[in-house]
Design a protein around this ligand. Structure first.
Ligand code: GLY
Ligand code: MN
Ligand code: MN
Length: 398
């Protein structure tokens, strides 16, 4: 933050759809900065002319109504203890405090990011009003600063991801061991939920349990079709602990055995995935990683005859027909996490997830691991989840 500046963050209100309330994760930035995950929180960070920083947290006052319907809200004392911020006030004091603090500022940082519609009318109104009211103050985005902080994971954050991975791994193994007995996508989805919930975690995102042709739909979440003989099932799922998210994909044969054709496509995808993981290193640009993986994928798809060399030479984009997404993304408090830079640094966590989708053969394969970038090389946080064909088949048929 620059001298004489203020950064303001709001967490969202409880989500209401129809007449139902959904207690979602309230705001990754507020949570990152304060450790408080509660609806209706406001945070002001103020840097004065002497580079001194003070934070002010504003929390919702508990009322009889809220206590009856939602349970107790965090008190000022509790919020102080969780956040380590001394200056905790009630929400009603926000405007006064902001008006006072903003008298001498030259910059106001707000969080506006193209990928993340904050969905906060309250916040949008605050920004609009501030633009009107604060003459001579430049309104800037805090996205770059907060992304830079969130992108590099501390050892405590990595521990959260690892703890979540123990449960994600247990859930995938549970599915693998039982898959031959299961009849449909819903049962797979239910088994994942069973393991996540009984272990006090929750889904990082809507799970994808896509069998047969459904596996060629990137974000298929209907999860209810019956298995057919020789179907593959593509499972894209993960749990989160303290809002830190896993994001894993595996593809298994529902019968316990890959067909020869499925085996060929699967091994191709796995080869690309292992190659992409092997070239992950500090200093590499994610775009170069993506390009190298795409190039490798193209060569492999030519080798197995899925695309023709002469067609590829004419237009390299032909590979997108079978591999329509990128190699991965950053991971953390958001599944598609903020990134201030595409150049990999120690402490970044990324996904590596090539896929091959052949619609007319009803074969969709994606293999996705979560990779920690370190100076010593890539660390696969999800290596305990089987992805070798012989291991998958051995576990399924034991
Ligand atoms: N689960 C969404 C993704 O893999 O990006
Ligand atoms: Mn995924
Ligand atoms: Mn992913």
């Amino acid at each position: 933050m620059k001298k004489n500046s203020i950064a303001v963050f709001f967490s969202k209100d409880v989500n209401v759809k129809g007449d139902n309330e959904y207690f979602d994760f309230c705001d990754p930035n507020i949570f990152y900065l304060t450790g408080v995950d509660q609806a209706n929180i406001k945070l002001i960070m103020h840097k004065n002319s002497k580079n001194e920083i003070k934070s002010y947290l504003f929390v919702q006052q508990s009322t009889k109504f809220l206590e009856t319907w939602h349970g107790k809200k965090l008190s000022i004392v509790q919020s102080r203890s969780i956040s380590g911020i001394d200056n905790v006030y009630l929400l009603k004091d926000f405007e006064d405090k902001f008006d006072k603090l903003s008298k001498k500022i030259k910059h106001l940082y707000t969080f506006e990011h193209k990928m993340f519609d904050t969905c906060l009318n309250d916040y949008k109104n605050f920004i609009k009003k501030s633009k009107r009211k604060l003459k001579g103050v430049s309104i800037e985005s805090s996205a770059k600063i907060i992304s830079k902080l969130r992108q590099v994971k501390s050892s405590e954050e990595i521990t959260q991801l690892q703890n979540a991975m123990e449960i994600t791994s247990e859930a995938f193994l549970h599915v693998l061991k039982n898959l031959k007995k299961l009849k449909n996508e819903a049962q797979v989805s239910a088994l994942l939920s069973f393991d996540y919930i009984r272990n006090h975690t929750k889904h990082s995102y809507e799970p994808i349990c896509a069998s047969g042709a459904n596996s060629c739909i990137m974000h298929y979440v209907t999860n209810k079709d019956n298995f057919k003989k020789n179907d593959l099932i593509l499972i894209d799922s993960g749990c989160e602990i303290n809002n830190y998210k896993n994001d894993i994909s595996r593809t298994f044969p529902v019968s316990g055995k890959f067909t020869k054709r499925q085996e060929l496509i699967y091994e191709t995808c796995l080869k690309v995935q292992k190659y992409a993981i092997s070239i992950v290193k500090v200093g590499m640009n994610f775009r170069d990683l993506d390009e190298a993986a795409r190039k490798f994928m193209s060569i492999e798809l030519i080798k197995i005859g899925l695309i023709k060399k002469k067609d590829y030479d004419k237009d390299e984009k032909i590979v997108n027909k079978f591999y329509p997404h990128s190699i991965g993304h950053f991971l953390g408090l958001d599944t598609h996490d903020l990134a201030s830079t595409l150049v990999l640094e120690e402490g970044h966590v990324i996904t590596i997830e090539p896929g091959i989708y052949i619609n007319k053969e009803k074969i969709g394969i994606r293999i996705e691991d979560n990779i920690l970038v370190t100076n010593e090389g890539p660390v696969n946080l999800s290596k305990s989840i089987p992805k070798e064909i012989d291991e998958i088949e051995r576990i399924m048929n034991n």
